[in-house]
Write a protein that binds this ligand. Structure first.
Ligand code: GUN
Ligand code: FE
Length: 437
């Protein structure tokens, strides 16, 4: 089934949707209607008597909003499971080589196809991703995402020091190429609607079938170790000019922090490196933030930058515990990312499991609603797209995850019902998923 651009639909089913950090609604026997653009126009409890003609009966499923992943690396899908329990040696030993391979265009097309096929099959409709350092393979990521009807926020990785020379390229042409990518793909759907003659290799009939046709560019300085002060500053200027996202890594491991400050001695803390280059702001996504001082968290809060928690990756690399209680006290907007390939799966329910296990291993209790909230509405807020995606509500896009799950106790109500369903989704693999958009 497809919610496509030309037809309104009417569904009856049971829905799971986030309301707040601690609350997930379970709404059984509800009717959802969309307009011909896939926007939700009606969502309410089914009356006892209603006109069943033209209504698709999906009551054997539970429907969740599609999941969102706010941190992953496309080329690294080929490096999943290559273990090395330390960030810097893992990058050197396993990662730079797979990113080098991604610069071959045919290989990049294959890998991007694999990545978005896996993402869709895991119920993810929106992904924030890093490419390799090259421009042309990054174009392939945007094209592949559109083909697979996955909303993409992505950028070529910017690096000009402390990585193998073959990954660096010519700094001026990399920035020029970044601008070209940004001009072509940032806020793509707006352009496609207004510019009749856009040309990305798709014909018009393909476009009509795509309910997801928006994409966004993110300027992507890898991390402070691999970027000179000049590169960080230029990147910040360009991101402002184009009103684009910025994504980078911050405070992931102790050795990384030491090395970052050694490379940028004008800063007292790692966060200050980014602050002084003017990289922080509401559209900046900072992955990890495991080892922060209070001062750094205050800077992140004051600049309205976002933190993307990547628990599966942190467990894999032994990076440390995410101080969730403290970061929530600072009232910083938090999202959840797979961080594939340090993360071992694109399935966000698996990432939610890692998030709970990380805290439980330290005797910290985290409400089971929180990871689900982060992977849906929380991630939508990280992107500032909460009026469009992240929950099932009138006015938002119908990007629906159909879940086939057995042994649901329909006698349970409200909180008890949603906790029962979430714990099965997070701690078992005994269900099917189909993304419909
Ligand atoms: N820090 C810099 N690059 C990377 C990367 O590719 N993965 C992770 N997890 N951390 C990084
Ligand atoms: Fe990462």
């Amino acid at each position: 089934m497809k919610i496509d651009s030309n037809k309104s639909i009417r569904i009856i089913s049971n829905f799971l949707t986030p309301e707040s950090y601690n609350k997930t609604a379970f709404l059984d026997n509800h009717i959802l209607e969309t307009d011909e653009n896939g926007k939700i126009t009606e969502f309410h409890s089914a009356p006892r008597l209603f006109d069943r003609s033209g209504t698709i009966d999906l009551r054997k499923f539970i429907i969740s909003p599609a999941l969102i992943d706010t941190h992953a690396h496309v080329p690294q899908i080929e490096a999943i499971g290559k273990h090395e329990p330390n960030l810097l040696s893992w990058l050197n030993k396993h990662i730079y080589t797979v990113e080098q391979s991604f610069n071959d265009l045919n290989y990049a097309k294959q890998i991007a196809d694999k990545f978005f096929t896996l993402a869709r099959s895991a119920g993810t409709s929106t992904i924030v991703a890093y490419s390799s350092g090259d421009i042309n393979p990054t174009h392939e990521i945007f094209k592949s995402a559109l083909k697979h009807r996955v909303r993409i926020v992505a950028g070529n990785v910017l690096m000009d020091q402390n990585v193998p020379q073959s990954l660096i390229g010519n700094p001026m042409s990399i920035l020029t190429g970044s601008m070209e990518l940004c001009e072509q793909w940032n806020k793509y759907s707006n352009k496609a609607d207004t510019e009749k003659d856009y040309n990305d290799g798709r014909n018009e009939s393909t476009q009509k079938q795509n309910s997801i046709k928006d994409s966004y560019y993110a300027f992507t300085p890898r991390f402070a170790i691999s970027c000179s002060e000049g590169l960080l500053q230029e990147t910040a200027k360009l991101a402002k000019k184009y009103d684009a996202y910025i994504q980078t890594h911050l405070n992931e491991s102790q050795l990384e922090i030491k090395d970052a400050i050694k490379n940028h001695p004008y800063a007292k803390t790692y966060t200050e490196i980014y602050q002084k280059s003017d990289l922080l702001g509401p559209k900046t996504l900072l992955a990890h933030c495991i080892h922060n001082t209070d001062e750094e968290l205050q800077i992140i809060k004051d600049t309205e930058s976002k933190i993307v928690h990547c628990p599966d990756s942190n467990l894999f690399l032994g990076s440390g515990r995410f101080q969730i209680e403290k970061i929530m006290d600072f009232d910083i907007t938090i999202g959840l990312g797979s961080d594939v390939g340090a993360g071992t799966s694109l399935n966000m329910f698996r990432i939610m499991r890692s998030m709970l296990y990380m805290q439980l291993a330290h005797q910290k209790k985290v409400d089971i609603n929180i990871p689900y909230y982060l992977a849906t509405l929380g991630n939508a807020k990280v992107l500032g797209l909460q009026d469009m995606i992240g929950s099932i509500e009138v006015g938002k896009q119908a990007e629906l995850l159909l879940i086939g799950i057995k042994n649901i106790d329909f006698g349970l109500k409200n909180n008890e019902a949603s906790k029962d369903i979430l714990s099965k989704l997070i701690f078992t693999e005994d269900y099917s998923m189909q993304l419909v958009n």
